[in-house]
Design a protein around this ligand. Structure first.
Ligand code: OAD
Length: 242
């Protein structure tokens, strides 16, 4: 099946398919060469996270913040989906799969996943500082002086610390409907994303892939303490035999 274009066919057979929901964090893209947030002394690419990822940081130094995300956007063009992204996309042959990602990259989409919810925004989109619903695709740098049609400065379409997470209600509903929840590469420290694990049904099977898992192998969480690519390999063989 052509995964990218197979959505219509998938819809017909969704009734019979188990629904896998995947919650991903920065570790998902680590093997693609994108750095995680909390593995580097609280610094993100050498920056204090609050200076580059908060409304206050943007108000204090918009140029620094725009430049920071310009560099992230440029870097995104140089990296590729890894095997774990591709394995998740391939699960759509046998399952209904919804990805709920904290990542702002587009590596799930590029790997072929057709149903991706971005909780923390997207690097390849911008929004107006005058109207947060004015969101556009944007693949190049954002500079001071780049404005929306109404003249307001443009900013990255990223959920910064202290801002609302508009997609969280959608994500909660998705988790309610999960037969299987797979969590990959997140330290489970940032809320409300980390709380999504509490919204699955009591009989939902949970797998958690992370080389330094934040949750122990207790209760109903099946921990696979491996990297995303190694962990997905193991999980696929578990799914095949279950
Ligand atoms: P963190 O940096 O907090 O956690 C990354 C996780 O990835 C850790 O648990 C690592 O053990 C794990 N990891 C490292 N290498 C891995 C690999 N090869 N395979 C799998 N896992 C690996 O990142 P998040 O939990 O995603 O928000 O952080 C959540 C949010 O905090 C981010 O979305 C971001 C950040 O501030 C915003 O930018 C709004």
């Amino acid at each position: 099946m052509n995964i990218k274009n197979g959505r219509k066919n998938l819809d017909k057979s969704f009734a019979k398919m188990k629904h896998i929901v995947v919650l991903t964090g920065a570790g998902m893209s680590a093997e693609s060469g994108v750095k995680t947030f909390r593995d580097h002394d609280g610094l993100w690419e050498g920056h204090d996270v609050m200076k580059v990822a908060s409304p206050k940081g943007f108000a204090n130094n918009p140029e620094l913040v725009l430049d920071f995300y310009n560099q992230r956007r440029r870097q995104l063009k140089t990296v590729e989906p890894n095997q774990a992204h591709k394995d998740l996309a391939a699960l759509e042959v046998d399952y209904k799969v919804t990805i709920v990602t904290q990542n702002v990259d587009d590596l799930h989409e590029r790997a072929g996943s057709s149903d991706v919810v971005h909780l923390h925004g997207e690097l390849l989109k911008i929004r107006s500082t005058g109207n947060y619903n004015d969101i556009q695709v944007w693949t190049e740098d954002i500079n001071l002086g780049d404005t929306c049609k109404k003249g307001y400065q443009l900013r990255p379409h990223i959920v910064w610390f202290g801002e609302d997470v508009p997609m969280i209600e959608t994500a909660v509903k998705i988790c309610y409907a999960a037969d299987i929840l797979i969590i990959i590469g997140t330290s489970m420290q940032v809320y409300p994303a980390a709380s999504l694990i509490n919204y699955v049904q009591p009989d939902t099977t949970i797998f958690y892939i992370d080389p330094k898992p934040a949750i122990s192998n207790a209760g109903k969480v099946n921990v696979i303490a491996k990297s995303a690519t190694e962990g997905m390999k193991e999980l696929i063989s578990i799914l095949k035999t279950s």
